[in-house]
Design a protein around this ligand. Structure first.
Ligand code: INI
Length: 200
């Protein structure tokens, strides 16, 4: 049997990441982004948007994050997708709706695509609390990037070792939904290839 564990030094210059960042509460999300970039850079990732390793996608608010994260995860271009947002409790139930949909949607994007999608959506009661977690005391953006590096490395190992070792019981989790366009999904994704073949 074996132990599988992600590392932070797994070919960092070969990994590709997509960052989805919500503009809502950008006082906080800008800081999460800086923390995230700092961590990726210090682990050897080229964070330049005109480079080959990190793409940045801005969306209006955390509610819009899952749709875009899912599309990026299914593109087959990225080893992990990192979602950044800040949801701050106000006087209305809006917080609960946005937070619930963001969490559910991000989890679904990850399960369905088989790609790690990091839940970097801060939820806080006040702006002060959020800022404390985005740089004043610590910066959770840094941790979200670390989680992405670890998961990207772990998935590399699992995809390589489990699929080539004849491990019984390893089932590809990728789920293609009716609205997905197979031509946007690269052919190394076995389920996508199967869907495409059926349509041809
Ligand atoms: N979006 C956030 O990212 N954080 C919030 O705190 C927030 N609140 O509280 O309203 C928020 N709302 C906007 C939402 O994400 C959508 O952009 C909007 O509802 C349009 O779909």
């Amino acid at each position: 049997m074996a132990v599988f564990e992600g590392t932070f030094t797994h070919n960092p210059s070969l990994l590709r990441f997509a960052l989805v960042i919500a503009r809502f509460n950008d006082l906080v999300t800008d800081k999460l982004l800086s923390g995230c970039q700092d961590c990726l850079k210090r682990h050897g990732v080229d964070i330049n948007p005109s480079g080959t390793q990190v793409d940045y996608v801005w969306v209006p608010g955390s509610f819009e994050v899952p749709l875009v994260a899912r599309k990026l995860a299914f593109s087959g271009r990225y080893d992990a997708v990192i979602c950044l947002g800040a949801i701050i409790r106000g006087q209305t139930p809006h917080f609960d709706y946005v937070a619930a949909e963001a969490a559910k949607g991000i989890a679904a994007a990850s399960f369905q695509s088989g790609v790690p999608v990091i839940f970097g959506i801060l939820t806080a009661d006040t702006m002060q609390q959020a800022l404390e977690r985005a740089g004043i005391k610590s910066n959770h953006g840094w941790n979200y990037a670390q989680n992405a590096l670890e998961m990207a490395s772990l998935m590399y190992q699992l995809n390589g070792k489990l699929s080539s070792s004849g491990y019984d019981g390893y089932v590809e989790q990728t789920q293609i939904l009716p609205g997905d366009r197979p031509e946007n999904i690269i052919s190394s994704n076995p389920v996508a290839t199967e869907v495409q073949n059926k349509q041809e």
